[in-house]
Design a binder for this molecule. Structure first.
Ligand SMILES: [Zn+2]
Length: 431
């Protein structure tokens, strides 16, 4: 299949950015990276393309990261999908042996929707940078628990990579009781707050791409995320999706601002200075109102049910935003230069969220100054890495230690799993 490269985002960014950050400007100057342009298959749907990771490979990367940095990382299975894939979270902290319940948690999520591999790859690159550069980031990330779930919906992603429809958002659990082999629920319409609000904005029809499920958190993936959040103290959370170059904050289900509007606006204004992303919610006009606003989405639930209702317990809210990387749909099934830029575009606001997690409100007036400082710091760190701005990406390519050790680590894990299964079957037969 021939695929024609759309207008490159490099050019768009160069004309679209008013204030280019250190990190971004350098990335653009490097032309990150023009080496992978000539790809003959549909980008994004071939897991063998350099830099694309299916769920097995992502598991391998997490295992390899943990093997190299056991003192600051742990890999936790937070759930199991219908097709038996583990839903994995990595926690990063200074003293990982300590469960860290006295420190604030910050959470980054990729791959809620199967057809949005660029979101997973962006989060994966952020994770790699965070772990590898942890010591250098120093006080910026000290006394935090950073949680990263690079792929929330591994069944959906692998189905997409296996040639499923380009628009496949949902997980892969067959809908029980549906009239005709309907499969999958839109996980970002499956959360409890305003679930199925006034009938629109999500679908009761199991065949719809935005099927909301038979009830809230009916799915193993949404349940896993729900349970993780409920047992931790998540102060700030970013869920990565594609596409639009936007930060979307609550409230989604009706045109109304959340109680925390001041924080969201201040944060997004500062972030936008660096990366040019637009921001808003339905009340601000960002999401066009046609009476079909998204409901049952994760951000609203974090902000509402868990954020506002739990303030008596946690004192601080759960601030939750959706980050839509990729300017165009074409970049969603991404090209290599794009996904590196998505990482560069979002790394500074991500780190800033970690830095301010102990007191997001107290930081409102200093967000722009903080992001400038962090931008310079990231620039320094990336430039100091072997391979410069391309370094993080190169680790994930064949020849990079993360890629190579990740493969081996996954094979080992897969073998161990197989042995455990066989053992379970033997004992089953003996009984
Ligand atoms: Zn999405």
């Amino acid at each position: 299949m021939n695929w024609k490269k759309p207008v490159t985002r490099l050019a768009l960014l160069l004309t679209g950015l008013t204030t280019a950050s250190c990190v971004l400007a350098e990335g653009l100057a490097y032309g990150i990276s023009n080496t992978f342009n000539a790809v003959a298959t549909l980008p994004g749907q071939d897991p063998e393309l350099p830099g694309h990771h299916d769920s097995d490979e992502i598991e391998g990367v997490l295992l390899a990261l943990h093997a190299r940095y056991p003192e600051r990382t742990e890999v936790e299975g937070i759930g199991l999908t219908h097709e038996g894939r583990p839903i994995l979270a990595m926690r990063i902290a200074n003293d990982i042996a300590d469960p860290g319940f006295d420190r604030p948690d910050v959470l980054f999520i990729g791959g809620t929707h199967g057809c949005e591999p660029a979101s997973t790859e962006t989060v994966l690159r952020f994770l790699v940078f965070l772990v590898v550069a942890w010591d250098e980031l120093g006080e910026l990330v000290e006394d935090r628990n950073v949680w990263v779930v690079p792929i929330l919906n591994p069944d959906g992603l692998d189905y997409f990579y296996a040639g499923g429809p380009l628009w496949w958002r949902k997980n892969r659990r067959p809908v029980v009781g549906a009239r005709w082999r309907s499969t999958g629920v839109d996980l970002n319409r499956n959360f409890p707050l305003a679930w199925g609000h006034e009938g629109g904005g999500s679908s009761p029809n199991p065949d719809s791409a935005m099927y909301r499920g038979p009830e809230p958190i009916s799915e193993p993936e949404s349940r896993a995320l729900h349970d993780l959040v409920m047992r931790r103290d998540v102060r700030v959370c970013f869920t990565f999706h594609t596409f639009g170059n936007q930060y979307l904050y609550p409230i989604s289900y009706e045109p109304r601002d959340p109680e925390d509007i001041q924080f969201y606006q201040a944060f997004c204004t500062a972030a936008s200075e660096l990366n040019g992303y637009a921001y808003g919610n339905p009340a601000s006009g960002m999401i066009p109102v046609h009476g079909r606003l998204p409901n049952g989405d994760f951000d609203d639930w974090m902000q509402g049910d868990r954020g506002l209702a739990d303030r008596s317990i946690y004192k601080t809210p759960s601030l939750s935003m959706t980050v839509e990387v990729a300017e165009t749909l074409g970049a969603t099934y991404f090209e290599q230069p794009d996904v590196n830029l998505f990482f560069l575009e979002t790394v500074v606001p991500n780190l800033c969220a970690i830095e301010i997690a102990d007191d997001p409100y107290g930081a409102i007036d200093s967000l722009a100054e903080r992001m400038d400082r962090i931008d310079a710091r990231v620039y320094e760190i990336l430039n100091g890495m072997d391979g410069g701005l391309q370094a993080v990406h190169d680790l994930l390519l064949p020849g990079g230690w993360l890629h190579d050790e990740g493969r081996l680590a996954y094979q080992k894990m897969a073998k161990a799993r197989q042995r455990a299964r066989e053992w379970a079957e033997t004992t089953e037969t003996k009984r």
